[in-house]
Design a protein around this ligand. Structure first.
Ligand code: COA
Length: 361
């Protein structure tokens, strides 16, 4: 009897040189480079190129791409109530039908879909508000372009930098469910658009896509720094979980949270929410250590992701789709890695149904 592992937990289903998630030591490495250094010295474009090609080229530059006509037609046909993740998944699917995506997928194809998707999400976010989409400006980098196409005005450099940092920390995280989905799809010799739209579908579930918007609601409920201690204690007394704390893998401070906190703190015009977030974090860490001396419960990525996403002016219902935009680099890098030594992913199921029997005729 071969062992069965529900959820494939503990099963090694791929070898990767892309991301190393070291939970015990609170480290996240992309191709060996610590996430903190990548955020400090890199850009999302450079990090994406690193993941795709293995080369560190700090001057690499991605820009947002124009939206093909059929994609715009599809986006205009969606109800304004559609979830942004559904709109993004639909857009990538229609985009794939407009492209010639030869086998095997290439870094050029990875660049193309990663540059297309921010334009599509920004366009949908405007259409649902009754506003016209904005054309990409090739002079702007990907994240500045995305914010400009979303809001109709150029973000200040600190705001763009904060979102770029979020994109870097969201770019890659090992063989999570959506990345595995992308690898399964491409292993059949399908195409990169199918792999990415499938990955978006996998990320849509709350067990994966996370809920940084709940962190925002929590900060709203706390209200003021003075109220933090009392609020935290009362929430734990009610048996509630503090959003943005604890992690299945990391037992130390999540390195992505540390990197995002640093970026937020270094913003020239620190937004009001930052002081509150830092104060609530200090109190929460102290009280969680007091209540759970046996188990390290530290800040996770969602905490400062929420702070940064809110700080750059995104509405909470855009958070999951923005996370998906960031993860395009990782998904497509895994697609390239999979096809470089492709083997159809086809595990077995243990049959637990009835033994052979005759039909009751
Ligand atoms: N606030 C308060 N207590 C927490 C907690 C939190 N955020 N996270 C874990 N705990 C406590 C649990 O109540 C439990 O205590 P008990 O043994 O007295 O019942 C103990 O720590 C272990 O929790 P468990 O659910 O087994 O840990 P896990 O590794 O399975 O869970 C999370 C990981 C992320 C699901 C969990 O920490 C959590 O729910 N966090 C809040 C939601 C969040 O921030 N999600 C984003 C994750 S990136």
């Amino acid at each position: 009897m071969r062992p069965y592992s529900p959820g494939l937990e503990g099963v090694i289903a791929a070898e990767t040189a892309l991301g190393f998630v070291d939970g015990a030591n609170g480290r996240l490495l992309y191709r060996g480079y610590p996430i903190g250094q990548l955020v400090e010295h890199g850009t999302y474009s450079a990090v994406a190129e690193l993941l795709w090609t293995g080369e560190w080229r700090p001057d690499a530059r991605l820009t947002t791409a124009p939206i093909p006509g059929p994609v715009m037609t599809a986006l205009r046909a969606l109800p304004p109530t559609a979830k942004p993740m559904d709109a993004l998944r639909t857009a990538v699917s229609v985009w794939g039908a407009t492209q010639v995506l030869e086998w095997p997928p290439t870094p050029e194809q990875a660049r193309a879909v990663t540059s297309f998707s921010p334009s599509a999400l920004a366009a949908f976010a405007r259409l649902r508000r009754g506003l016209e989409p904005i054309e990409p400006d090739p002079a702007l980098d990907l994240v500045t372009g995305f914010l400009t196409q979303l809001n109709g005005e150029r973000p200040d450099p600190a705001t763009a930098r904060a979102l770029d940092a979020y994109f870097i920390v969201g770019a890659e995280h090992g063989l999570n469910a959506s990345t595995f989905t992308a690898r399964v799809i491409i292993s059949t010799r399908s195409d990169i658009a199918s792999a990415v739209s499938g990955a978006i579908g996998a990320m849509k579930g709350p067990l994966h896509g996370g809920a940084p918007s709940e962190v925002v609601e929590q900060l709203h409920r706390v209200g003021t720094p003075e109220h933090a201690e009392q609020w935290v204690r009362e929430a734990l007394d009610r048996g509630e979980r503090l959003m943005g704390f604890g992690h299945r893998v990391y037992r130390a401070y999540d390195p992505r949270a540390a990197a995002l906190r640093k970026v937020a703190e270094s913003m020239e015009h620190k937004p009001d929410w930052l002081d509150l977030a830092i104060k609530v974090e200090d109190v929460a860490l102290r009280v969680l250590a007091e209540r759970h001396p046996e188990r390290p419960l530290k800040t996770n990525v969602e905490y400062y992701a929420a702070a940064v996403l809110q700080g750059v002016g995104l509405t909470p219902d855009l958070f999951p789709a923005t996370f998906a935009l960031a993860r395009h680099a990782g998904w497509t890098a895994h697609v390239l890695e999979q096809v470089a030594a492709n083997k159809l992913i086809r595990p077995d199921a243990r049959y637990v149904g009835p033994a052979e029997r005759d039909l009751p005729v």
